[in-house]
Design a protein. Structure first.
Length: 287
């Protein structure tokens, strides 16, 4: 279980990492999607709490009982901002930091050595500031666009952090590490580059959870997360000769934003209904 504890300690603010955390990080990658699901559970609980505070009542997970509440736009925006702040706080802005550094390096560097030097630089540039502002605004707007009911909203909040961490796992397993040291290097044992069982474990877990929480839409969202991992991993490898810990963070952040946008498109398409077989079954069994 040291791998799970290391994954929780690394990906969240919770101090659960074992004393041999650097040694156990290499076995923690397969647990990333599970930790993402735990993060999603915290977001879902926070969302329910806010619903109760703004007077929406406890969200119904039943399709035929779902009611759309007409809140002022200021309330919806504040609601969304609180959820984004919760997500940032849970991860202590680790992935945002990687996203900002990646913006500076991939968009502002002119050769491999300069880009790698930018990634090591603790200072941030214009590309980082503009990129993170656009990213956070996009996340807030996308969450604000989700229906204010539990039927579509809660399954998505549960699932999306799991999918974005699966995208990180995919990037780790499929692309070489660009440096011999660095934060991301701790995820690989010396002399043994990849452990494919971790990719299989994480991917199968994510696929099962995606179908359970979102049905066919979950498979589409998982495919989109894989596409983001492939696109950023390929781009970074072409420019840097591989990926780094900052690139992993960028994959997570971009995947979350892309998946939120795709979820909005799926919800708005009347022919593609997002249903949660697991939550629907639990809801009707409790009635």
């Amino acid at each position: 279980m040291n791998g799970l504890r290391s994954a929780i300690g690394f990906l969240t603010i919770l101090p659960l990492a074992p004393s041999d955390a650097p040694d156990s990080l290499a076995s923690s990658r397969g647990w990333f999607p599970l930790v993402g699901l735990l993060i999603g559970a915290v977001l879902a609980c926070m969302d329910v709490l806010i619903m109760l505070l703004v007077g929406a009542g406890f969200p119904s997970l039943a399709r035929d009982a779902a009611t759309y509440y007409d809140f002022p736009i200021s309330t919806i925006l504040l609601w969304s901002i609180l959820l984004v702040i919760t997500l940032v706080a849970l991860t202590r802005a680790l992935h945002l930091d990687g996203f900002m550094d990646s913006c500076d390096a991939l968009l502002g560097g002119f050769d491999r050595e300069r880009r790698l030097a930018i990634l090591r630089d603790p200072n941030v540039g214009a590309f980082a500031v503009v990129g993170v502002v656009c990213l956070l605004l996009l996340k807030v707007a996308a969450i604000a666009g989700l229906p204010t009911t539990g039927a579509d909203r809660l399954p998505l909040l549960l699932l999306l952090p799991c999918l974005s961490r699966c995208a990180m796992l995919l990037t780790m397993e499929l692309y070489p590490y660009a440096r011999r040291n660095g934060l991301g290097a701790a995820f690989f044992h010396a002399g043994e580059r990849r452990f494919r069982w971790q990719l299989a474990l994480g991917f199968i877990f994510t696929l099962v959870i995606s179908v359970a929480l979102a049905g066919a839409a979950g498979v589409a969202l998982l495919a989109a997360a894989c596409a983001v991992a492939w696109a950023i991993g390929t781009w970074a490898t072409r420019l840097l000769g591989g990926v780094t810990g900052d690139i992993y963070g960028a994959v997570n952040e971009v995947a979350e934003a892309v998946l939120l946008l795709l979820a909005l498109l799926l919800i708005s398409a009347s022919s593609f209904d997002i249903r949660s077989p697991l939550l629907d079954t639990l809801w009707f069994s409790l009635r």
